[in-house]
Design a protein around this ligand. Structure first.
Ligand SMILES: Cc1ncc(COP(=O)(O)O)c(C=O)c1O
Length: 401
């Protein structure tokens, strides 16, 4: 690897390590960070407690690590794991816990850490949505046995990830694991590395802004990979064959690569510089997000109650709760804003009992997954203009109690 590339990776690691006070290892993507954490801290065949309201790519990453997903009961308040509702029988057989920190709303990470410590099992934090969220003054990513960051979310670099280690002495092992799955950038990616920064400069010169150029294009690309649903096709026969091979990432390639086909390729120098520049403005991004969340909850009746309590959080996405999400989403789409990160149906309904242990209490997850519309707070203008007149749907849940 080029010296320059290596130096930039070290600077990125140091930036996050300074925030967390933990050893960090650069990764080509968040999903590879998670894969390395799972391969390191769990054995093939182990059961892992996780949220059913999560990206399907993450579900397939768990399967690719040879681990059996066990779906947790969720809180209808925030769509994260309801720790108290996890049955004793489940605690007795899971060998690890994976958090989601959905949209930047923190998991009950202190309770989970306590439980995991008492059972002697690893807590793996997925901090993809929550790089700017703290609990009790401590940043998420500093609680678990390991924590996976994606640099495609708040950092918005379109590539890269970081794995933060509770035990820094694992660094060499983790690097070896990562290097064993990383693939060289092919001619197509190298051409893209050359063309993309120049295309970006042309769009900038023409005044085509981020909102305009990301939304429609992303929508078209994502639709192409997922059909018309929020979940990709499961392809049960192929999945059965992949699982039979054990923890072999190559076998899960068709599922794990969705939305990010270069997820196993280390970013080039230009992309690394972009990551670093954006990481360095994370504090400014945090301020912008907090102001935008404050404004959304002041001006819209639809913000989920959890995002309205206490000090506003620097959320990745702000959860709105709406009765007819398709209609609201289409209304926003008409204004050039497509909401993504909708995880509906919950993974246990999507995958079925053959491929995941179902939640013992699925209703809250189903309700949350059906009604939540995550919106980018940095697009508050469009969201407020489109939705000011919508009636809130929160009463639905209160009525169902
Ligand atoms: C909750 C969650 N975790 C992890 C990831 C993986 O991040 P990456 O795209 O960098 O692999 C995603 C991607 O959308 C995600 O939504």
């Amino acid at each position: 690897m080029e010296m320059k590339q290596q130096r930039l990776q070290r600077e990125i690691e140091a930036n996050i390590a300074d925030r967390l006070g933990r050893e960090c290892v650069f990764m080509p993507s968040g999903r590879i960070a998670l894969y390395c954490a799972l391969r390191t801290h769990l054995k093939a065949g182990d059961a892992l407690l996780m949220s059913p309201v999560n990206d399907d790519v993450i579900y397939f990453t768990v399967l690719a690590a040879g681990v059996r997903p066990v779906m947790a009961p969720l809180s209808a308040d925030d769509g994260n794991i309801d720790v108290e509702a996890v049955p004793a029988e489940t605690w007795s057989r899971v060998r690890g816990v994976l958090t989601t920190n959905l949209y930047g709303l923190p998991d009950r990470v202190e309770k989970l850490r306590e439980r995991c410590a008492a059972l002697g099992i690893p807590l793996i934090e997925d901090v993809a949505h929550a790089i700017e969220t703290s609990v009790g003054g401590k940043p998420l990513g500093s609680f678990g046995t390991a924590a996976a960051f994606s640099l495609s979310k708040h950092v918005d670099a379109g590539c890269g990830g970081v794995l933060a280690l509770g035990d820094g002495s694992l660094r060499r092992d983790i690097e070896a694991l990562r290097d064993g799955v990383v693939m060289a950038r092919g001619p197509l990616q190298l051409a893209g590395d050359f063309v993309k920064p120049r295309a970006r400069a042309v769009l900038d010169a023409l005044g085509v802004t981020g909102a305009l150029r990301s939304t429609r294009l992303v929508e078209v690309l994502l639709r192409a990979e997922r059909g018309s649903a929020h979940r990709m096709d499961l392809h049960a026969d192929e999945l059965r064959r992949a699982i039979a091979q054990g923890a072999v990432l190559d076998a899960f390639e068709p599922w794990v690569r969705v939305d990010r086909n270069d997820y196993r390729m280390m970013p080039g120098v230009d992309a690394l510089k972009r990551i670093l520049a954006r990481l360095r403005r994370l504090d400014a991004d945090r301020e912008e997000r907090i102001r935008a969340v404050e404004r959304l909850r002041r001006e819209l009746d639809l913000v989920a109650p959890v995002a309205c309590r206490g000090e506003p959080l620097p959320l990745f996405r702000v959860p709105l709760l709406v009765t007819d999400r398709d209609a609201v989403r289409a209304e926003l789409g008409g204004r050039g804003f497509w909401a993504h990160y909708i995880y509906d149906p919950p993974l246990d309904d999507y995958a079925g009992a053959e491929f995941a242990d179902p939640s013992p209490a699925p209703d809250a997850a189903r309700w949350w997954a059906r009604h939540v519309l995550p919106v980018n707070p940095l697009r508050a203008d469009i969201v407020i203009a489109a939705l000011r007149s919508q009636a809130p749907a929160r009463a639905l849940w209160a009525g169902a109690q």
